[in-house]
Design a protein around this ligand. Structure first.
Ligand SMILES: [Zn+2]
Length: 116
């Protein structure tokens, strides 16, 4: 069940249905849906694939390719999750990567089963 949900979210992102994926994630985790923008905020010097702005509750992705990258989107969603009003802690980069990896692995697992 949980694995199915994670695999579905990854599939939606890969298919460019990112807002739908974020909607499902927000519902599942009981947080408001983050906003999503393609292009990094102004003044951002470092070229990163994505970032999260606490101030405007927005996930920014570098470009349309990064938008379809489940790992990036899920990593940034974790930051959104950790900045919800009742979040106990902000979460680390390591935890954000672990969160994203769990989803990607759930999708890979399903792929393997499908090929049997
Ligand atoms: Zn991060």
């Amino acid at each position: 069940m949980e694995q199915n949900f994670k695999a579905l979210v990854v599939l939606l992102i890969l298919n460019g249905r990112v807002e739908e994926a974020l909607g499902k994630l927000a519902e599942r985790y009981g947080v408001v849906e983050p906003k999503l923008k393609v292009g990094l905020p102004k003044g951002r010097r470092k070229k990163v694939l994505g970032c999260y702005s606490v101030k405007d509750k927005t996930i920014y992705v570098l470009n349309s390719e990064a938008l379809k990258e489940p790992f990036t989107v899920l990593h940034e969603f974790y930051h959104h999750l950790r900045t919800a009003p009742d979040a106990r802690h902000r979460g680390s980069e390591k935890r954000a990567n672990e969160f994203a990896r769990e989803f990607v692995q759930a999708y890979g697992y399903r792929e393997m089963i499908g090929r049997k």
